[in-house]
Write a protein that binds this ligand. Structure first.
Ligand code: URA
Length: 424
């Protein structure tokens, strides 16, 4: 019997499991253009509403991997481990973690996408560095992994192309927040990239895809299972994203902060989360190095400079600075409590993020907060700086910040960074 798109949509609409054949067919046929975008969007909505079980999700992931090539990484004589974050505000961890674990003896192939919405993408951050190039050929990725030990670059068009098409559709049809679709989207790219093991940072809170620990745990469990089914040992940390990480959100601002951490300083939360994730990666790799000592030794900073220079960047060049900086004063006295979503939206509206994937971003735009979460501030005292090249954007950023209390009459303490872990 011939499968049709309408049969597959109707099966999921009516709450049935999709068969392996239905999944293989619909993913491949959409990639070939034989299933129309509107049909795939209807199926994505049926999946969002009725779910897919673990076996369906694993098969969906495999079908997306099979829609393209698998990267064959060279044997670099070291364990290959990657990390993926589901995205958070002020999340510059990759910039510190990648050179740190590479300096400890892991090879890291970090193929990333660009940021959409209020969370900035790693590539956008690195592109704030004069000369840095995100697009590398497969041969360049392999050569840099062998030579430097770490590469952060744009994913290539041949890796899981079915995901690329589907993600663009989900983005405009309100079907991004489906746990099976997120899990298969992320894992298909990591499987196609050829990593040997994977550590996931699954964010929880207002600034994340997953607002609750339960939802984050379900997503993490699904991804860990998919990794295991594909022979990729995968471990996930559930980490707080109710308040933003570090002291900055925005591309050049975050690069500068990451370099501070690589030099042994920087905000304690960025440092602590980087070290927690580094320990997980080293454990999966079976390497007994102490990442804290490696960070203190300056080796991670030296590796960062080599990694940036290998992609045409000048790690010592001055970073772009915004033409306008506006200070936001504390609306009252009390404890500073920046909401991650509000800060992320403000940074995005100032120009640090994009609304559509074709938009460009401002390298220097973003938000800097001048106090630690929970610090006592007095009414009228400077609280935040809004950085932008387009001052007309400031009003929109302020609206996002005015929608939440930035100062609490009650004492506030920073929530625990690591809320749980899933995996072997
Ligand atoms: N990131 C991805 O790569 N895919 C999703 O579906 C969501 C976040």
């Amino acid at each position: 019997m011939t499968t049709t798109a309408v049969d597959v949509i109707a099966a999921k609409r009516d709450g049935h499991r999709l068969t392996d054949d239905q999944i293989d067919w619909v993913v491949a046929a959409h990639s070939r253009g034989e299933v129309a975008d509107e049909q795939m969007a209807a199926l994505a909505m049926a999946i969002l509403l009725n779910g897919m079980d673990a076996a369906e999700t694993a098969r969906w992931t495999l079908a997306m991997v099979e829609s393209g090539e698998r990267l064959v990484l060279p044997d670099v004589g070291r364990p290959v481990v990657d990390k993926h974050s589901t995205g958070g505000v002020g999340d510059k961890i990759t910039l510190v973690l990648t050179p740190l674990v590479a300096a400890c003896g892991i090879a890291v192939p970090q193929l990333s996408g660009r940021g959409l919405g209020h969370t900035g993408g790693t590539l956008d951050k690195l592109e704030a560095i004069p000369g840095w190039r995100a697009e590398l050929s497969t041969a360049e990725i392999a050569a840099q992994l062998a030579g430097v030990g770490a590469v952060v670059c744009a994913t290539t068009p041949t890796l899981a192309p079915a995901d690329r098409r589907l993600y663009a559709l989900r983005d405009v049809t309100g079907t991004v927040p489906s746990i099976p679709l997120i899990a298969s989207s992320i894992m298909s790219k990591k499987i196609a990239e050829g990593t040997g093991a994977l550590v996931l940072d699954v964010k929880v809170g207002s600034g994340a895809f997953m607002p609750t620990v339960d939802a984050a745990r379900e997503l993490a469990t699904r991804m860990v299972e998919i990794g295991a089914m594909h022979g990729i040992p995968t471990r996930a940390l559930l980490t707080d994203m109710s308040v933003p990480l570090g002291r900055t959100a925005g591309n050049a601002l975050e690069v500068a902060e990451a370099v501070e951490v690589l030099r042994g300083g920087g905000p304690p939360d960025v440092r602590a989360l980087t070290l927690a994730l580094a320990r997980e990666m080293l454990d999966l790799a079976g390497i007994a190095a102490d990442p804290e000592a490696v960070l203190a030794s300056g080796q991670a900073h030296a590796l960062w400079e080599r990694m940036v220079a290998a992609q045409g960047g000048d790690p010592r060049a001055s970073l772009p600075v915004a033409r306008h900086v506006t200070t936001v004063a504390a609306p009252g006295s009390g404890a500073f409590c920046p909401d991650a979503s509000a800060v992320g939206t403000a940074a995005w509206r100032l120009g640090a993020g994009r609304a559509r994937k074709e938009d460009s971003v401002q390298a220097a735009a973003g938000v800097r907060w001048l106090h630690e979460v929970g610090a006592e501030v007095r009414a009228g005292e400077p609280l935040l700086e809004l950085h932008t090249d387009t001052p007309e954007a400031v009003a929109g950023a302020r609206l996002a910040l005015d929608a939440v209390p930035l100062v609490s009459a009650e004492p506030v303490s920073r929530p625990d960074l690591v809320l749980g872990s899933i995996g072997p």
